[in-house]
Design a protein around this ligand. Structure first.
Ligand SMILES: [Zn+2]
Length: 420
């Protein structure tokens, strides 16, 4: 329920004020009786309602009152593969393990035509927008079809994924990227078992030179650990059967994180996705380098039945994000459901920290936190209104209520130019 009040006369570019019992700005503590002031497509301020109205109220200002509502930034899903959004695998009763899972994905992927991929991307975008996601970290595989279908919510940071052990691969893929200086292109090396050390290093160099994010699936499953340390096991056999095995390649003898450290690719613009099989030293390295981590716990449980130790990352002050990964290993692309699954599985994590992971943490992971992931000066619009009844007694109670409501799909976009 919301009421609209015209405070005074109407000039051009009017200020709009959205008032609500709770505002969760993500960059600061939750605000009771808060408000968000907006002009055109930018937020001017988020704060206590009385202060915001005093400061920005005036001729032409329009004021919306949202009852029983919390206002918060749109969610940032830092890791997904929209190409697979058309898949509808049945959630397995028992985790198949990586080997069986990846073979079934190859089969499904092989059956996808270019039009299936396009359809899947649009389906995934629609699902993300309807469930409150403003930005996606979308991993795409060459050939990349430009930015067709992109525009409006959800916005996309596209990670062009490199796969293979040949450095020629990198040059071929990069030559396919047009407008690299204007579009939000980023690169992802697939993983330490799907991409050679040299391709990983070159991809990182490319993104580093342009200040773009670089992403890699890291420490996701046991088969990866065995391959990186010893060069043996399922991953080696798979590469061999696909004709991609390079006999000159040598295992690092280290954990995936220590391997990435040895390659010199860890820094604040590196996004480590999954991080399930990680020891204390690995966490310390990630923290020291300032790398971001994107957790996709529902995907990990689906594939291998294991969960990452998110508390270890939080305890070290590592910047954490959440991702749904793809429909090949998850039931949906609803990031609030991912967060709700985290609350259910990790009783030591504060709900407010989890809500920050799925907003500000995601924006940091994608290098967007100057404008997205928070409510405050210069932040973009639209943002979210989520119904919250009762009287949350703390920020954590509020955050949990928001996550649970979002998981039920109870989100609405507000603050955008169109919605006003
Ligand atoms: Zn992935």
């Amino acid at each position: 329920m919301s009421g609209l009040t015209d405070l005074k006369a109407t000039p051009s570019d009017p200020v709009r004020i959205y008032r609500a019992p709770w505002v969760f700005p993500a960059i600061g503590p939750a605000i009771a009786d808060g408000a968000v002031a907006v002009c055109k497509d930018r937020i001017l301020a988020a704060g206590e309602a009385q202060e915001v109205v005093e400061r920005f109220g005036g001729p032409g200002v329009r004021l919306w009152d949202h009852e029983d509502t919390a206002l918060l930034p749109g969610a940032v899903n830092a890791h997904t593969h929209l190409d697979f959004s058309g898949l509808s695998f049945k959630k397995p009763e028992r985790s198949p393990g990586f080997a069986r899972w990846v073979l079934s994905v190859f089969e499904a992927k092989g059956a996808l035509s270019p039009s299936n991929r396009l359809e899947a991307q649009n389906k995934g975008r629609a699902e993300a927008a309807a469930s409150g996601t403003i930005w996606l970290g979308n991993v795409v595989n060459p050939p990349v079809d430009g930015m067709s279908g992109v525009g409006g919510v959800p916005y996309e940071c596209r990670f062009v994924e490199l796969l293979g052990f040949s450095t020629k691969n990198l040059e071929e893929n990069l030559s396919a990227l047009h407008d690299v200086d204007t579009l939000p292109w980023a690169l992802a090396a697939h993983s330490l078992y799907g991409t050679s050390w040299e391709v990983i290093r070159q991809a990182k160099d490319w993104t580093r030179a342009r200040g773009r994010p670089f992403s890699i699936h890291a420490a996701e499953h046991r088969e990866e650990m065995q391959f990186v340390r010893l060069g043996a096991g399922f991953c080696r056999d798979l590469l061999f059967s696909l004709g991609r095995w390079d006999p000159a390649w040598r295992p690092s003898g280290l954990s995936p994180v220590k391997t990435l450290e040895a390659l010199g690719v860890l820094d604040p613009r590196t996004l480590l996705v999954h991080m399930v099989h990680v020891d204390a030293e690995d966490w310390d390295i990630a923290a020291r380098r300032g790398a971001s981590v994107c957790f996709c716990p529902r995907s990990n449980r689906w594939i291998e039945g294991t969960l990452p130790k998110i508390e270890e990352a939080v305890r070290r002050g590592i910047s954490c994000a959440l991702g749904t990964d793809s429909r090949a290993s998850n039931e949906d692309l609803n990031l609030f459901r991912e967060a709700a699954a985290v609350l259910d599985a990790y009783h030591g994590l504060e709900p407010a920290a989890v809500l920050r992971m799925m907003t500000l943490g995601g924006a940091r992971a994608l290098g967007l936190d100057r404008t997205w992931g928070y409510l405050g000066p210069k932040a973009g619009t639209p943002f979210l209104a989520v119904p919250v009844t009762g009287h949350p007694a703390s920020e954590n109670e509020l955050a949990e209520a928001i996550i649970r409501q979002g998981a039920l799909g109870r989100v609405a976009w507000i603050g955008g130019e169109i919605s006003c």
